[in-house]
Design a protein around this ligand. Structure first.
Ligand SMILES: [Zn+2]
Length: 98
């Protein structure tokens, strides 16, 4: 079998993809603002770190209107990676097994 080329690593240019700490450029451009600011569209979700007091990037949600809780993006439609650190954000009941 030959070597498959990694589509994420483009030669000649650094491609920044979504990660636990941030968004790729394409997604960032389409995010309208912070969660509480956005009425409709993509919103950035952040939570306060209780120990440091700093805001921590959690992910990106799609909202239909201002009252909508929003739908969390589990992957970025543009780069295919996961934007945010939402694994820890979820309350894990029965983390192992089931
Ligand atoms: Zn992305």
């Amino acid at each position: 079998m030959g070597t498959m080329e990694d589509t994420n690593s483009t030669k000649g240019g650094k491609v920044v993809t979504c990660s636990r700490t941030g968004m790729c450029k394409l997604l960032e451009e389409r995010v309208s603002g912070f969660y509480f600011q956005v009425g409709k569209g993509l919103a950035m979700l952040e939570t306060m770190d209780m120990t440091t007091g700093n805001l921590k990037f959690r992910g990106v949600v799609y909202k239909r209107d201002r009252r909508d809780k929003g739908l969390l993006l589990t992957f970025c439609p543009w780069c295919g990676q996961r934007p945010g650190d939402f694994d820890v954000a979820q309350d894990s009941k029965g983390a192992s097994g089931t």
